[in-house]
Design a protein around this ligand. Sequence first.
Ligand code: GAL
Length: 368
Amino acid sequence: MRRIAIAVAASTMTLSLAGCGVLDATGDGASASPTKGDDVTIGLLLPEKANTRYDKFDYPIIKNKVAELTHKKGKVEYANADADAARQAGQLQQMIDDKVDVILLDAVDSHAIAGQVKKAKDAGIPVIAYDRLAEGPIDAYISFDNELVGEVQGRSLLEALGSNADTSDKVVMVNGSPTDPNAKQFKQGALSELNGKVTLADTFDTPDWKPENAQAEMTEAINKIGKNNIAGVYAANDGMAGGVIKALKAAGVTSLPPITGQDSELDAVQRVIGGEQYMSVYKSYPDEAEAAAQMAVTKVQGKDIQFDALTQDKVDSPTAKDIPSKLVQVSALTKDSIKDTVLADGIYTIGEICTPKYKAACAAIGLK
Ligand code: GAL
């Protein structure tokens, strides 16, 4: 909890608009006619557990922020679908039955959930798409700039391949789940950097983002391309980068090619320091999660001016146009930027990262 408290404090500083009151949901100024007081219930539906971000950051940060915005009177009802779209549909139904005031939805399957979104809407419950753009009549969307995530990954991979990179370099692409619209955007962003510069020797879309599925795909790619002919691997997130590394090691590869990732999970940050993974993408979970909590609370409290100030971007989904949105920026995490990202934001401490196994590697890059 201490870690989250630090993270929350750090990001409150970065959300500078909140400091001058424009986005302050607890401020009295901008509320036209609040429909609800502080006793709000926010339903939070998160997609999976294989990736550590959801239970470790998204949920606790949202919960703390809702408490802060509602003088500790607001509640968060949380359900995690464990990568099961049908289970998530049931969880959403439960929230409709429980008459929560607003739903934050991070969809397992953004298309399949559209019918449930409509049901919530018909029951008078606003739905805000969280991180992944759910289809159906959603009220708003908060996410990172997902195309930028892919661009940062693609650019970093080229940088790792060095100035001699050319189309004889064979790259394997391990993308995320086909039911997650973000995965498509990560891929598009990465392809915009990689196309024409390297050869994409094998490409996969990985069911459920599961590390073990990524490992099986990588084993298939190694058998097809040859273990010594792989110049680099685009892995869309850290969990899958872990699976890719297992497959390469199991095939007897001793000098690993550059491998990308995303999420700055603790293991991945350690792998970056130890030289097994070239990079990850740092996404400030406090920036995303706190803005989501603010959007949800201002929405149910009818604080329209603040809600509009929070959602100045516009995006389209396959079923809706001009969805009020907020897209948060991201940056690359490499050996050189650990201090400015996960450490600066208090996501991890040096003690957590630089365990005995990584002490020497940490010292070599000035982390002690
Ligand atoms: C994406 C999300 C990533 C990662 C991935 C795997 O939608 O943006 O941060 O968590 O899912 O769950």
